[in-house]
Design a protein around this ligand. Structure first.
Ligand code: GLC
Ligand code: MG
Length: 540
């Protein structure tokens, strides 16, 4: 396949913007769409830019914020805190002018309990929208219909006094699940997707897309071992139901009518086989699926290699892999993977891996400057999970602190007190400073993205793990039309050697990029030396 024929979402690099925390243009302490427009130079279109190709915006829709925007009360407008539809159109235009695609985060599984649909649905048992949500009688007085748990804890059922029934919510009680078996509700949700496609968006990130349907008979899940009640069930009846695939096939046919439109699914499961199943035959369901197994690895060459090989084997022939290391629901990877080691150097190795594997990389805002998982003081927490489980480190505010633009007040994010405090690292760790430092993480990301763009083998080449590396090194080959690129990742704090003589092709290997030490030099394939925590990209 020539690089020109491959769709943009296979070649490009995505960048996830947590809208509330990226840039505040109007001084209310909350990030907004105009703020993004003002900072687009950081992302694309100027020589200093990172060079990413697409943005994923976390939900921009009106929301009472029970779950920070994932409780939507109107799917076809913009929350006034972020701007209006005109601001959205301006953002979309400005992005497209720079060659940047934009995808929106659609929350199809549930709505806010303040959504007009739910207000109607809960108003009486014979309201026409009653069946738009999942209402059931209890199995006995005071007992919910079954033992399903909410991902956020507690029963997944909430008793509603007025109509004397329970409603189902896979997440918070403020996030009632849509009944995807109801044709009118289903149509309304798909129409919301059409609304944004008609407005020109390039696709969607689909929130918990494997949660749409629940078992019709509401059968209880089998038990299993786990560290908290939700984990102590095997979720075979409350998620990953076969009917979800049918919805995805319908959505795919809708998207196929919009040239270039794509969707990536938050396939929320630790089983990669389950996640990959939502790619269908590679052309009829999701374009890309998130692999949580990859992001869950600890810092180990063998672990990452195993995850990659497993994922590669599961991707249908016409499908395409995707990778991420951080998002808004987990502690940032520089902190997570940096434990007991040189976190900064490991972040460089991780960046090389993410941007050179076969698959579309998703970056999370701030990872390019190594923003850490922040310690948000108890009184400032906003995430319901963090508040509920404090002091257990399961809250998600740590990954949602303001983007660190400068060493100035509030990290240059806002002129006002931000909705979450900026991490204390911002005076030394910020975009302005890293831009000037050729050895910064930011400049490594920029160089990597540029190299990827100039090197078709890195975008579209095949993947193959390489033998000949000492323990603790993850080494692989990317190959396209006779051009070979070798990636060597040293996961250890010690010198390591790799023997590349078993590689196909002839001639010397040239160093295209190194996270430390010289570049450009030719090396002896029999003994390539890696410094501690070093990543090398070579070509022949
Ligand atoms: C997804 C989102 C998460 C949200 C949940 C419920 O997992 O990423 O932030 O809480 O769905 O919508
Ligand atoms: Mg559901």
């Amino acid at each position: 396949m020539g690089t020109e024929e491959a769709p943009w979402w296979k070649r490009g690099v995505f960048y996830q913007i947590y809208v509330r925390s990226f840039a505040d243009s109007d001084g209310d302490g909350i990030g907004d769409l105009r703020g993004i427009i003002e900072h687009l130079d950081h992302l694309a279109g100027s020589p200093q830019s990172l060079g990413v190709d697409a943005l994923w915006l976390t939900p921009i829709f009106p929301s009472p914020l029970a779950d920070c925007g994932y409780d939507v009360s109107d799917h076809t407008s913009v929350d006034p805190a972020y701007g209006g539809l005109d601001d959205f159109d301006a953002l979309l235009d400005e992005c497209h002018r720079r060659g940047l695609k934009v995808i929106l985060d659609m929350v199809l599984n549930h709505t806010s309990c303040e959504h007009p649909w739910f207000l109607e649905s809960r108003s009486s048992r014979d309201n026409p929208k009653r069946d738009w949500y999942v209402w059931r009688d209890g199995r006995a007085p005071g007992k919910p219909p079954n033992r399903w748990r909410s991902v956020m804890e507690g029963s997944a059922w909430t008793w509603d006094e007025r109509t004397g029934q329970y409603y189902y919510h896979a997440f918070l009680p403020q996030q009632p699940d849509i009944n995807w078996r109801n044709p009118a509700a289903r149509r309304a949700m798909l129409d919301a997707c059409r609304f944004w496609l008609d407005r020109g968006v390039d696709g969607f990130r689909l929130d918990v897309i494997n949660y749409l349907h629940e078992d019709e008979l509401l059968r209880d899940n089998p038990r299993r071992m786990g560290w908290r009640p939700y984990e102590m069930q095997k979720h075979i009846y409350d998620r990953c139901r076969p009917e979800d695939h049918e919805v995805l096939r319908e959505l795919r046919s809708i998207l196929d009518a919009y040239p270039g439109a794509m969707m990536v699914g938050e396939t929320f499961t630790d089983d990669p086989a389950e996640a990959a199943s939502y790619l269908g035959n590679g052309t009829d369901e999701l374009h890309l699926a998130f692999n949580f197994d990859f992001a869950a690895n600890r810092w180990s060459a063998a672990r990452f290699r195993r995850s990659v090989e497993r994922w590669e084997a599961l991707i249908p022939e016409k499908g395409w892999p995707a990778y991420f290391l951080s998002n808004h629901d987990m502690p940032r990877h520089i902190t997570r993977l940096g434990i007991l080691g040189d976190a900064e150097a490991r972040a460089g190795v991780a960046a090389v891996m993410l941007l050179t594997l076969r698959g579309t990389p998703f970056l999370y805002y701030g990872e390019e400057i190594g923003m850490p998982a922040s310690r948000v003081p108890r009184g400032k927490l906003r995430d319901p999970v963090g508040i509920r489980f404090w002091p257990l480190p399961v809250g998600r505010d740590c990954a949602r602190t303001p983007m660190q633009w400068t060493a100035g007040e509030h990290a240059g994010f806002s002129t006002a007190e931000p909705w979450l405090p900026a991490d204390k690292s911002f005076p030394v760790r910020n975009v302005e400073r890293q831009r000037k430092d050729p050895h910064s993480l930011l400049n490594l990301y920029r160089r990597l993205i540029r190299l990827r763009k100039e090197t078709p083998a890195l975008q579209l080449g095949s993947y193959r793990a390489l033998p000949g590396a000492e323990k603790g090194v993850f080494a692989y080959l990317r190959e396209l039309g006779g051009h070979r690129v070798a990636v060597l990742l040293n996961f250890t704090p010690r010198d390591r050697r790799v023997d590349l003589r078993g590689c196909p092709g002839k001639g010397a290997w040239r160093v295209l990029l190194s996270t430390r030490g010289p570049e450009g030099a030719e090396t002896d394939p029999a003994e390539i030396r890696l410094l501690p925590d070093q990543a090398l990209i070579l070509s022949r």
